[in-house]
Design a protein. Structure first.
Length: 235
């Protein structure tokens, strides 16, 4: 039988929060599905309540990186073993043992650095678990994305014909600000990771098509007018 092993940072968070065990939460199973629903969260009971950690179907989470490598304090293991550190340097601290040397093959490529120590990956995840700042992408992200694209697309489709070219550019900029603001608010307030590129591309593409067809129709109208109006020569 296959066994489930928790990540180092998850086990450390469990111990630091009281070691009350952890529970796996699965989504409700649809009628046409067999077996149990997909894994959607891991719950850690604590003295302050239940810490809910949203995960994907593989049990993975989005890492809440604080900054580039070096955000946490490092001490040499040799100095610790030799007793060269101040007596209170590790008192009351959460200590992770790991390597940073390139030859030991524990450097990871991350969005905040090309050579990020694996031990600091665990440190970032542990810090996010302890302070409750965990990012996640909702299971219904495609539905939310489609709804946003539909609203923005219909709004621009109805608004562009009613304004001048300069007004169309202003309307597109307003739509870009709206899409960006909604994404940033979801990130900062609800810790949600939502796609933003599709909305920005939609606004830019609709503006480009509107300006192109507007210029094309104006060009055709001028040619038609030039074919109808004959120049008047003075006698």
């Amino acid at each position: 039988m296959a066994k489930i092993y928790a990540a180092l940072s998850l086990v450390m968070a469990q111990l630091l929060l009281g070691n009350h065990g952890l529970q796996l939460r699965f989504a409700d199973r649809a009628r046409w599905q067999s077996g149990m629903g997909a894994l959607e969260a891991i719950e850690l009971p604590t003295a302050r309540g239940v810490l809910r950690i949203a995960v994907d179907q593989q049990g993975a989470v989005l890492l809440p990186f604080r900054s580039a490598a070096g955000r946490f304090r490092y001490h040499s293991a040799a100095d610790v073993l030799a007793g060269r550190l101040p007596a209170d340097s590790l008192r009351g601290r959460v200590v992770l043992l790991g390597t940073t040397a390139p030859g030991l093959l524990d450097l990871r490529v991350t969005p905040v650095g090309e050579a990020f120590p694996g031990v600091e990956v665990h440190a970032n995840l542990l810090a996010g678990l302890l302070d409750g700042h965990m990012l996640h992408s909702p299971a219904d992200t495609p539905v939310l994305e489609a709804g946003l694209l539909l609203i923005v697309g219909i709004g621009l489709l109805l608004g562009f014909p009613r304004v001048s070219p300069h007004g169309a550019v202003a309307l597109a900029l307003l739509a870009l600000m709206l899409v960006t603001s909604l994404n940033l608010v979801a990130w900062a307030v609800a810790h949600l990771v939502l796609p933003m590129a599709s909305g920005l591309v939609l606004v830019a593409a609709m503006l480009a098509l509107h300006l192109f067809f507007g210029a094309y129709l104006e060009f055709r109208a001028r040619r038609r007018l030039a074919g109808v109006v004959w120049p008047i020569r003075s006698a």
